[in-house]
Design a protein around this ligand. Sequence first.
Ligand SMILES: C[S@@+](CC[C@H](N)C(=O)[O-])C[C@H]1O[C@@H](n2cnc3c(N)ncnc32)[C@H](O)[C@@H]1O
Length: 289
Amino acid sequence: MTTTLYHDIRNRLKAAGVDDPGLESRVLLRDVLGASDGAILAGDEIPATPAQGAALEAMLVRREAGEPLSRVLGFREFWGLNFKLSPDTLDPRPDTETLIETALNRFEGHPPKRILDIGTGTGCILISLLHEWPGATGVATDLSAGALETARENAQINHVADRATFVQTSWAGGIEGLFDLIVSNPPYIVRDVVPNLDVNVRNYDPILALDGGNDGLDAYRSILTEMKTLLSPDGIALFEIGFDQGESVPRLVEESGATPVAVIPDSGGNPRVVECRVGISKKTIAPDS
Ligand SMILES: C[S@@+](CC[C@H](N)C(=O)[O-])C[C@H]1O[C@@H](n2cnc3c(N)ncnc32)[C@H](O)[C@@H]1O
């Protein structure tokens, strides 16, 4: 029965132009019916209640209409953890894992104690880092109350809620104390480009998570101004950047009086993370790997 269901779903997704209809069919069956890939592919009969059938059909219709699978499922895997999505959160991108990798690399053997995540969305950056470093605590900000609600839930789901504080504010406004690590993946799309983004982004990611102002750099200007009083003298700040911001963001860092130390590429070779510090005066920017 499930084989039939599997083939029906796969055919519908294929007709809708989904790239990997087999994989997505199995993901939907697993999510709604709890069916394993092995059981589905072996043709085992996995019964569906009427409620499960209705839920599956509703999800299928949304996917056929072009809604991204992660939005239909309501969650996204990031850094091996599950994150709930909501209409107020960005769907976390695999490229953002470059920031996590860089943080782990820079603090290897001496984890940071306090972390600040500016513009947290689902909370994926802070929560992944707290998951890696059980001795660390963190503060995460967002302007969106809805995003913060989802981030709080994600902290619970991933068992770090007792070490994370979520604050509704603009950038780091009102945040006090010193942090060993400041991270941010702020909105960095040039405003005029937003209407031309891929339909999967434009129609489903909130505009607040995308719009970086006229030159895409507004958020960095604000965050760099605030960073000076929040980053401890031997602390590190890591900012995600757009593929074409590998020169403009380091320049802003320098203009703010901080030091751009490295630009780290993502797995596709595009500039993705800018590392900066406040305690050193000489510009030491270097390509990284
Ligand atoms: C590109 S998204 C990144 C979300 C998440 N950190 C991630 O990597 O998936 C940028 C986030 O910044 C938030 N944001 C936009 N303007 C803000 C502001 N003025 N102050 C704080 N957060 C803001 C958005 O709501 C959004 O959650």
